[in-house]
Design a protein around this ligand. Structure first.
Ligand SMILES: Cc1cc2nc3c(=O)[nH]c(=O)nc-3n(C[C@H](O)[C@H](O)[C@H](O)COP(=O)(O)OP(=O)(O)OC[C@H]3O[C@@H](n4cnc5c(N)ncnc54)[C@H](O)[C@@H]3O)c2cc1C
Length: 504
C-alpha cells in the first residue's frame, strides 16, 4: 500500500511545543528565544516536486542541504487520498503525458510505473439538455464535435497553436507581437475570432480545464506561451496536447498515485527534510542567508524558494525584494479549482461503452474522467469545478456542493451516479499553503513588464516551482525541470564562491 502522508514521525519536524507556547503572554518572543539554529550550505523552502528535485540534485553533487516544508507532508500540489483496500486516488496533480521526459525519468528512477487513463468507448457531450455520445478518438480529441460550433472552434484552436509558436519559451515578453498580445485577454481574442455560441462555449471549457481560470482572467500572451510550453525541445506544444487524453497531458497516471514520487524522493533525502516548518522570513547580507521558521532558524549560503509565485508573497524579505520581483508576485494569481471524486462498487459506465469522460454545461462540473485504480476496482468518477464555478461553489456548504456535483455526474452518466459509496473533494483555493491551482497565471501586462523577474535570483535567493519553467509550465514536469534548473544555478553560484575564496 502506498502511504499517503509522510508525517513528522517519518521525518524530522516536531510541532509538539506549539500549544504550550500559545499560552504565554508574549508567545512570539518566547518562541523566538526557543528557536534552534542550524547551518547548511543550501536551504530549500517547499517540499513539492520542485524543491525535492532541487535538493536531490544538490545532494548528489555533495552539497549540504536542508528542505523546510510548512505542511506535515511532502508533495505540495500532489496529494493521494486513500479509498480503502490499500488503494488511493489523486486529489491534486495526477496525469503524465508524452514529452514530459524529466518527470517520467524521475518516476522511473524511483521505481514508480504508469498506467493509461481509461479511454475505451465514447465520451459524452451535454449541452442545453441534449446528451450526445461521441468518439473519444475523433479529430478534435476530447473536444466534442458540436455541429454548430466545430468549424468555429477548430479554426480558433489552429490559430492559437500557430500564434503560440511565435512566443519564445524562455522570454515570452520578447515575442514579436508581445505588446499587442499582452494588452488583451484570451476572452477579447475569443470574441473577435469565434462566431458561434457553441464554439465559444468549447473554448471556455478548454480554458477552464487547462488553467482553472476564465478566458477573461488570462493575458493572451500568457495563454500562447503556455500552449507552446506544452512540449519538449523536439516537439512544441499545442492546445490539443494540453486537452487530449491519448497523446496528451491526460494520457497516463502513476501507480500508487503521483504523491508517491515526492514521498519516495523525501525518503531518500531522509533527515534533510524538515516538516511543519513554515518559513516566515528570509534575510540576507554578503555573508549569507538566514531563513526563519517559528521554531527553527537556518543559516545558509544560498536559499531556494520552490513554490508558486503567489505563495512567495507570504514570506517577509529583508532587505525588501527588488521592485520588479515585489510587483510580479502581487500580479501572478493562482487558478481556482475543486477536485471532486465519487467512488462506486464498479465503473459501471464502462459496461455501457463509455470512457467516463464528459464535457458539458451540467454545472458545476464541466469535465469528468474515469479515475478508477489500475485494476478498475472500485469505480471512481472524477469531476472538476473550475474557474468561475469554483469561485461560486467554494463558499457553499459542503453537503450542498456534494449534491450538486453528484447531480452533474448523473446528468452525464445517469442516476446511478447519485449513490456513491464514498465522496472525496479538495478545494485547493482554501488550502493555506497553496491558495489556488492548478498553477499561477499571468493577467494582461504582467509578462511584458515583470516577466524577466520570474526566475532572476535576488542576491542569494533563487526561485523554483513549476511556474518558473519554460517547458510544461504549471505542470509536474515543469516543477521537476525547475528543480533541476535551480540546482544547476545554485551549484554555479557556489562554484563561483569557491573560485573567489581560492583566489583570495
Ligand atoms: C487539482 C490539481 C490538478 C492538477 N493536475 C495536474 C496534472 O494532472 N498533471 C500535472 O502535471 N500537473 C497537475 N497539476 C499541477 C501540479 O500539481 C503542480 O504544477 C506541481 O505539483 C507543482 O509543484 P511545485 O513543487 O512547483 O509546487 P508545490 O507542489 O506547490 O510545492 C510548494 C511547496 O511549498 C510549501 N510551502 C508554501 N509556503 C511555504 C512556506 N512559507 N514555508 C515552507 N513551505 C512552504 C507548500 O506546502 C508546498 O509543499 C495539478 C494541480 C492541482 C492542484
Amino acid at each position: 500500500m502506498a502511504d499517503t502522508r509522510l508525517t513528522r514521525r517519518g521525518l524530522l519536524g516536531g510541532a509538539a511545543a506549539g500549544a504550550a507556547v500559545a499560552a504565554l503572554p508574549d508567545a512570539a518572543l518566547a518562541r523566538r528565544r526557543r528557536r534552534r539554529t542550524r547551518r547548511t550550505e543550501v536551504v530549500v523552502i517547499g517540499a513539492g516536486l520542485a524543491g525535492l528535485t532541487a535538493a536531490r540534485d544538490l545532494v548528489r553533487a555533495r552539497h549540504d542541504v536542508l528542505v523546510l516544508e510548512a505542511r506535515d507532508r511532502v508533495g505540495g500540489r500532489t496529494l493521494n487520498a486513500p479509498i480503502g483496500g490499500g488503494k488511493v486516488v489523486e486529489i491534486g496533480g495526477q496525469w503524465i503525458g508524452p514529452t514530459q521526459d524529466r518527470l517520467s525519468a524521475l518516476a522511473r528512477s524511483l521505481g514508480i510505473g504508469t498506467f493509461k487513463t481509461y479511454n475505451t468507448g465514447s465520451n459524452i457531450y451535454l449541452r442545453r439538455g441534449v446528451r450526445t455520445p461521441y468518439a473519444s478518438d475523433g479529430p478534435l480529441g476530447p473536444i466534442p464535435p458540436d455541429p454548430t460550433g466545430v468549424a468555429d472552434v477548430a479554426g480558433a484552436l489552429a490559430e492559437l497553436d500557430r500564434m503560440a509558436r511565435e512566443v519564445p519559451l524562455d522570454a515570452p515578453w520578447k515575442a514579436p507581437k508581445a505588446k499587442e498580445w499582452d494588452s488583451q485577454t484570451l476572452e477579447t481574442w475569443k470574441q473577435a475570432h469565434t462566431t458561434t455560441d457553441a464554439g465559444r462555449f468549447l473554448l471556455d471549457v478548454s480554458c477552464q480545464a487547462v488553467f482553472a481560470a476564465e478566458p477573461r482572467d488570462l493575458s493572451l500572451l500568457f495563454a500562447l506561451f503556455y500552449i507552446h510550453s506544452a512540449g519538449n525541445e523536439r516537439s512544441p506544444g499545442t492546445l490539443e496536447r494540453l486537452t487530449n487524453t491519448p497523446g496528451g497531458a491526460q494520457e497516463s497516471r502513476f501507480v500508487g498515485g503521483s504523491q508517491l514520487i515526492s514521498i519516495k524522493l523525501a525518503r531518500k533525502l531522509g533527515h534533510r527534510v524538515l516538516l511543519d516548518q513554515p518559513v516566515r522570513r528570509i534575510s540576507q547580507d554578503r555573508h549569507g542567508v538566514r531563513v526563519e521558521c517559528d521554531r527553527l532558524v537556518v543559516e545558509a549560503e544560498r536559499a531556494i524558494v520552490a513554490m508558486a509565485p503567489a505563495m512567495t508573497r507570504h514570506i517577509h524579505y529583508h532587505p525588501a525584494l527588488p521592485e520588479q520581483r515585489a510587483q510580479l508576485i502581487q500580479r501572478y494569481p493562482n487558478g481556482s479549482v475543486i477536485k471532486c471524486e465519487a467512488v462506486y462498487p464498479e465503473p459501471f459506465w464502462r459496461r455501457e461503452g463509455l470512457t467516463g469522460q464528459a464535457v458539458g454545461d451540467a454545472d458545476p462540473v464541466r469535465v469528468t474522467f474515469d479515475n478508477s485504480p489500475p485494476d478498475g476496482s472500485p469505480g471512481v468518477m472524477l469531476g472538476f469545478i473550475e474557474g468561475e464555478q469554483a469561485r461560486k461553489w467554494g463558499s457553499r456548504p459542503a453537503a450542498e456542493r456534494k449534491a450538486a456535483v453528484l447531480r452533474s455526474f448523473a446528468a452525464y452518466f445517469g442516476d446511478r451516479m447519485l449513490s456513491p459509496t464514498r465522496y472525496i473533494e479538495k478545494n485547493w483555493t482554501e488550502d493555506r499553503w497553496t491558495r489556488g491551482c492548478y498553477e499561477g497565471y499571468a493577467p494582461p501586462g504582467v509578462l511584458l513588464d515583470y516577466g524577466p523577474a520570474i526566475r532572476r535570483p535576488v542576491g542569494r535567493v533563487h526561485w523554483a516551482g513549476s511556474e518558473t519553467s519554460p517547458i510544461w509550465n504549471g505542470y509536474m514536469e515543469g516543477a521537476v525541470r525547475s528543480g533541476e534548473r535551480v540546482a544547476r544555478e545554485v551549484r554555479a553560484a557556489l562554484r563561483g564562491r569557491s573560485r573567489r575564496s581560492a583566489a583570495a
